[in-house]
Design a protein around this ligand. Structure first.
Ligand code: PMP
Length: 416
């Protein structure tokens, strides 16, 4: 970004003007949720106040304006992912998208008792709990691509898994880990498990990497609006049309039907058959505005900016000899770093960073409890079963990272 472009971006996020405990806010909790953009919120407010109505149901002017805005948002998402509109289903977020898929694949008989679903040891609970729980009801098996002691999924591990599980029915994998920051080798996974239905959890990947669903040849991709500057409570499920057509809906109710009798129902066409009930209309419209915003500043510039900051963050963290960093130490490590300060609990680290430096980070198990067990085994410290995580996005700067580093050095001195 030029200086002028970047100063405009900073102005788009009023939260950045806040003082936190007397310090400028340094927001490094983007992997949990990003800050919101003023112009998007203003447009959403205008939509709510002047154009809002329920969609698809009435013939009056507001209903038609709201329907057009909602369907335009679907088109924007479709273009963003290089998909077609009927392949885009609005959900409430990544979690719902994966629950939808597990249920629908099993109910439709695509996923059978004798089948194996392959996931990895670094999955967020959203891409683990639904598989593990529903395997108990439907009988399919869940297997894992194992991570090494740093929580890294290596190419060797993927290829080795193929030897013991040559033909998983489904492979469901995160595009990028929310704990180790590793961007997964999706191309290799696609190539290795050619016949599997490939699901990508794009919650962390989509915000900073242009995902072309055709090029990647993924069968399903899910992500959340709130991690890409958009509203909370809206998400996207992309599915290849031919596959969506075979799926039994997850939710039943209004709008998703064609004909209903007392005895049975037939379903609406794609994508409506998967959007039962009144949707988060303004959320979807807001996600569309968010995509407009990202495209207006240039998504490739967002990618480049986050990449530069990611490299700087990892490099600076690696210089600290009192810190243990998790995840790969190479360019596959993107947008976030999870770490521990030796001898200090992550909650204390996060708390002091907020209190003394205005730095927002996250501490905890990051909804990846089994992965904490893996990291504990490889850890050289008394691993507290949780980590601190700093994550960057569009509006962060190298100075933000410098403040984090300064804070960590302060914590080190304090606890010495
Ligand atoms: N998967 C990953 C990799 C995530 O980081 C998250 C959010 N932390 C989720 C899934 C769940 O997203 P949501 O809570 O928006 O459904």
């Amino acid at each position: 970004f030029s200086d002028e472009e970047f100063s405009n971006i900073l102005n788009d996020f009023p939260a950045l003007k806040r003082n936190i405990n007397g310090k400028r806010l340094v927001y490094l909790d983007n992997a949990a949720s990003t800050l919101k953009c003023k112009s998007v919120i203003e447009k959403m407010t205008d939509f709510y106040l002047y154009h809002y109505s329920n969609i698809h149901r009435a013939v009056h002017t507001l209903a038609s304006e709201a329907t057009v805005a909602y369907e335009q948002a679907r088109e924007k998402v479709a273009n963003f992912l290089n998909a077609s509109s009927e392949e885009i289903i609005f959900t409430s977020g990544t979690t719902m998208g994966i629950n939808f898929l597990v249920n629908s694949l099993a109910k439709s008989g695509i996923l059978k008792t004798e089948d194996t679903v392959l996931i990895s040891q670094v999955e967020h609970h959203a891409n683990l709990v639904p598989w593990v729980r529903l395997s108990k009801f439907y009988g399919f098996k869940v297997a894992y691509i194992t991570a090494d002691e740093k929580g890294v999924i290596t190419n060797e591990s993927i290829l080795k898994t193929k030897e013991s599980i040559p033909n998983p029915k489904v492979v469901s994998i995160t595009g990028q880990s929310n704990v180790t920051g590793q961007e997964m080798p999706i191309e290799l996974i696609r190539e290795t498990f050619k016949n599997a239905t490939l699901i990508v959890d794009g919650a962390q990947l989509v915000p900073h990497k242009k995902v072309d669903v055709k090029k990647l040849d993924v069968d399903f991709l899910v992500f959340s609006g709130h991690k890409i500057l958009g509203p909370t409570g809206i998400g996207v499920l992309y599915g290849k049309k031919a596959l969506l057509e075979q799926l039994e809906p997850f939710l039943y109710g209004g709008e998703m039907i064609d004909k209903v009798t007392f005895e049975d129902v037939t379903f609406n066409v794609l994508p409506y058959r998967f959007e039962a009930g009144t949707q988060h209309i303004t959320g979807a419209v807001g996600l569309g505005y968010t995509i407009d915003y990202l495209e207006s500043i240039g998504f490739e510039k967002v990618e480049k900016h986050v990449e530069e900051l990611s490299n700087y963050l990892l490099e600076k963290m690696m210089e600290l000899d009192f810190v243990e960093v998790y995840g790969p130490i190479d360019s596959s490590h993107k947008s976030l770093v999870s770490f521990n300060v030796k001898g200090v609990h992550p909650h204390d680290v996060s708390h002091i960073l907020d209190e003394n430096f205005g730095v927002a980070t996250r501490s905890g198990h990051h909804c990846a409890q089994p992965l904490m067990g893996v990291l504990a085994k490889g850890s050289k410290i008394d691993f507290p079963n949780s980590t601190v995580r700093a994550s960057v996005y569009l509006y962060n700067t190298k100075e933000d990272i410098d403040v984090l580093i300064e804070g960590l050095k302060y914590i080190r001195r304090w606890f010495e």
